[in-house]
Design a protein. Structure first.
Length: 590
């Protein structure tokens, strides 16, 4: 069996998800590489080749014995570590111009530097430092925009050092069971996503809920909550109070779990979306790392027809044109509201207005974010509030089953290379289908606002509907009257029945004979303490007391606090009294 090696890719995988690193070390079969990762890797290879061909065309390979200022494609192996470095470059860092220290270079396929790329570079620098036997303080990341980002690697040591220690233990002795499942955003591009998700669904894992963090999961697990079904039982409707303040806007995981368990829509605040004669539904597709919006999808719905627009930009220079086209389309319908899902559209419109000096004030005040009607107010029986999950629940469809925003970015990057018409049409279809899903969702929210009290699949979060028969409803109404009549001093004024006591007999107060409260049962003590009789009378100073034949006792129940908790102690104190001119008294002293 080949010895497993710790690589920068393995360290980065652990940072994303410890379970992924475990599967890589164990050699589990994986799914095909996600299209986005495949495109990014291709762009990284092309970026590396362009950098070396432009700056160091005559660079030599690492295995040559000569000392070179640039070494391309270096593969370092030290102990149980291995790293492939795109380029090792000796730069002039000191005033003397010496080139003694080598820097690792990492070529990436994105236009901006991300945290996982920095961790990958820091792990490569860790292996390089072991090979060279001196510290490697900095490294360089080359992005597709042609910029160099110099990273201080020692600042990333607190992140990678604990990971490397765990991986060293795994290399020597891999655990029999993988780490627990915690689904996160990286799962959509992970090669083990299908097996993890299937197991998470079998376990009803808490991380199936969107926005569920490991910190919150640990807090719930300390309470004994391990599944989404268990979490659903934590929800309790708030009490209706006359002076109750406005409910703070927030997300309730327990209510989301309850919606999944009962397959119902729970409403905190009924949406009110008025119907307009003309309405516009908007969706923008872009490349976030380039700040480039290349496609604007628009659906204009009026009483007589439905118009669909796909405003496409081939290059960054065409971005201004599609936003000006958007402005013209919107100005043709000055009273129409513009619906969008999420904050992305608003941010991109404001950014385009500043970048190109376009007056878009007529658009900004008409934009309506549909998520403002949903977040914390309406809980659909879905695991997230994404447009895909909520849209599929209300009846929207997509022609490509696993379509997502990340996949559309991969299609666009592929189109930049091939100019394939099929890819362009695929992106436009996906964009318009997003607009159609938004249109269906707005229609469903209107239905909920109008007919929430009549629909069987809709319930109210604060005051759940009471299902009962006609005869049972009268009983519920009577009980409601009784509850409304209750008050704080009800126990003092309530009516009671009692039997008259014959003359000459005293009325017995307290519990009924035979009942537990009739006579106090003194528990058996686990410790008996003898108390010395008093010598002097506590009430008459100087009065000596003589021993009495009468004995006294008292039992005290107490709690003793220990390091691991508390326990109950029952101590009985026994002693004789003293007699004098005054009445015999007994004082217990511990």
């Amino acid at each position: 069996m080949a010895t497993k090696l710790i690589t920068p890719e393995l360290v980065t995988a652990y940072w994303f998800c410890p379970r992924k690193a475990f599967f890589l070390l164990r050699g589990d079969d994986s799914e095909p590489v996600h299209e986005y990762i495949s495109v990014i890797n291709q762009r990284a290879d092309r970026n590396r080749h362009t950098f070396l061909a432009t700056n160091y065309p005559s660079c030599l390979q690492f295995d040559h014995g000569e000392r070179n200022d640039v070494i391309a494609g270096a593969i370092l192996k030290v102990s149980n570590f291995e790293a492939k470095i795109d380029a090792l470059v000796r730069e002039n860092h000191g005033a003397s111009g010496t080139k003694e220290r080598a820097e690792p270079y990492l070529a990436v396929g994105t236009a901006v530097t991300t945290k996982d790329q920095q961790i990958h570079l820091a792990a490569a620098g860790h292996v390089l430092a072991k090979a060279l036997r001196y510290a490697v303080p900095t490294g360089v990341i080359l992005n597709t925009a042609g910029k160099k980002a110099r990273i201080k690697l020692d600042r990333l040591d607190p992140i990678i050092d604990p990971i490397i220690k765990i991986l060293e233990c795994w290399v020597n002795n891999l655990p029999s069971e993988p780490p627990p499942i915690i689904l996160n955003s990286h799962c959509q591009v992970c090669p083990y996503k299908r097996s993890c998700r299937n197991q998470a669904e079998r376990e009803d894992n808490l991380s199936l809920l969107d926005r569920m963090t490991p910190k919150l999961m640990n807090r719930l697990q300390r309470k004994g909550i391990f599944t989404v079904n268990q979490l659903s039982y934590l929800y309790k409707p708030r009490r209706n109070r006359k002076r109750r303040k406005r409910r703070p806007l927030g997300f309730d995981f327990a209510l989301q779990a309850l919606a999944l368990r009962n397959r119902k829509i729970y409403v905190y605040e009924t949406p009110s979306i008025p119907v307009q004669e003309t309405e516009i539904f908007l969706d923008i597709e872009g490349l976030p790392d380039l700040a480039f919006d290349y496609l604007i999808g628009i659906i204009v719905v009026s009483a007589t027809r439905v118009e669909r627009y796909s405003l496409w930009a081939d290059m960054l220079e065409d971005e201004r044109r599609i936003f000006e086209s958007l402005l013209r389309i919107v100005e043709d319908h000055p009273a129409a509201p513009i619906y969008h899902y999420g904050n992305y559209e608003l941010k991109r419109i404001i950014s385009a207005a500043k970048k190109y000096n376009i007056t878009l004030a007529n658009i900004e005040h008409r934009l309506i974010n549909v998520t403002s009607f949903i977040f914390g107010k309406i809980y659909f029986p879905t695991r997230s509030n994404s447009l895909k999950d909520v849209g599929k629940y209300v009846g929207a469809t997509w022609s490509i089953q696993d379509a997502s925003g990340l996949l559309s970015i991969a299609w666009r990057l592929q189109w930049d290379l091939s100019k394939d018409v099929t890819l362009k049409q695929k992106i436009m279809t996906y964009n318009i289908e997003d607009c159609e899903a938004l249109r269906v969702l707005v229609s469903e929210l209107r239905c909920i606002g109008v007919a929430a009290s009549e629909r069987d699949d809709v319930d109210f979060a604060d005051v759940p509907k009471q299902k009962s028969t006609t005869s049972g409803q009268s009983i519920h109404n009577s009980l409601e009257i009784v509850i409304k009549s209750a008050h704080a001093v009800y126990n003092r004024k309530r009516l009671g029945l009692r039997v008259d006591v014959p003359e000459g007999q005293k009325r017995h107060t307290g519990g009924v004979k035979g009942h537990q409260g009739f006579k106090r049962i003194i528990p058996k003590p686990n410790k008996i303490v003898g108390v010395r009789r008093p010598i002097k009378c506590p009430e008459h100073k100087g009065q000596q007391l003589e021993a009495s034949e009468e004995s006294f006792s008292i039992t005290i129940i107490d709690l003793v606090f220990m390091r691991s908790g508390a326990r109950k102690t029952i101590t009985k104190y026994i002693g004789r009294g003293g007699t004098a001119v005054c009445v015999g008294v007994f004082t217990a002293r511990q």
